[in-house]
Design a protein around this ligand. Structure first.
Ligand code: 4NP
Length: 169
């Protein structure tokens, strides 16, 4: 019998990063998981999220973020964890929500290979190109959470298209 290489293919791993890992990045993780499934790529692409702070470690996403997500059919349920240096080895793309996240993650990177993995999420926007970051909704009202979802739904589709092109999927 021929030795099977099935199951040994390296996965493409995506890590979404914000400050608290309770609003934007768990939403990005949940939306991207849905987009990946829609394109039937769940065996190839894996998603996770983290915060540059450990302030909410172990907590479920913010209730407001969960509620706004539920209204669009998502279930954001990934517990918060802090970004760690080993994430540079474990992930292919590190997608940050704003400039502050970018600087923090960038300061932990060693070498070009790690630095090149860091991308602003809005780099992949298709419709919302006038937004250069995903604004922090934590201290704001309802519209902030809706904007986060609009921006992320758009950028997640753009990200998937970019990955498909890059890897010939
Ligand atoms: P996130 O939002 O970075 O999108 O998860 C925040 C969550 C918590 C805090 C700030 C932003 N905080 O100050 O606790």
């Amino acid at each position: 019998m021929m030795a099977s290489t099935e199951g040994k293919k390296k996965k493409i791993r995506l890590l979404f990063v914000c400050l608290g890992n309770i609003c934007r990045s768990p939403a990005a993780e949940g939306i991207m998981a849905t987009v990946v499934k829609k394109h039937d790529l769940q065996d190839i692409i894996e998603v996770d999220s983290a915060g540059t702070s450990g302030w909410h470690e172990g907590e479920l996403p913010d209730e407001r973020m969960r509620l706004h997500g539920e209204r669009r059919g998502y279930n954001f349920d990934s517990p918060a964890r802090k970004f760690r240096k080993s994430d540079f080895d474990d992930f292919d793309y590190i997608l940050v929500m704003d400039r502050q996240n970018f600087s923090t993650v960038r300061s932990l990177a060693t070498g070009k290979e790690q630095t090149d993995k860091i991308h602003m999420m809005t780099e992949f926007s298709r419709q919302y190109t006038h937004h250069d970051h995903v604004p922090d909704p934590y201290y704001g009202g309802t519209s902030g959470f809706e904007l986060v979802l609009d921006l992320l739904e758009d950028a997640c589709e753009g990200l998937l298209q970019a990955i498909k092109r890059k890897y010939g999927l």
